[in-house]
Design a protein around this ligand. Sequence first.
Ligand SMILES: [Zn+2]
Length: 140
Amino acid sequence: MTSSTRSAPVPYFAPAITDDSREFWTAGARNELRICRCGDCGYYLHPPVPVCRACRSMNVAAQTVSGRGTLASFTVNHQAWSEGFSGPYILGLVEIAEQKGVNLITNIVDCALEEVRVGMPVQVAFEPVEDAWLPVFRPA
Ligand SMILES: [Zn+2]
């Protein structure tokens, strides 16, 4: 690893899309990050679920959020789990700006390995894979 090592291209896989998760996985086609939110109490819910865990309301639906967040944790993967692996990449836990504790497990892209840090501001981007647009994050 050199001082200019960048995160390698990630071997993306298409997710299994369900009715509850469809907006999350496909809104990237419109460059939008959509997170499930309760229409009664305003609580954000991720992964998407049909019932609000804060107030038990079933009035929940995906809502577009800013796409901004903070890197809450990360790890650098060096293991070649699949064919086509071309080097280390960053797996991140990103807390969305709209609500504490709403975290996305994602990839951190366009970031030098030696520059990634907890607390780093990040911004969503999207990677198309089959019918899905995977939300990934880059340094803001
Ligand atoms: Zn609620």
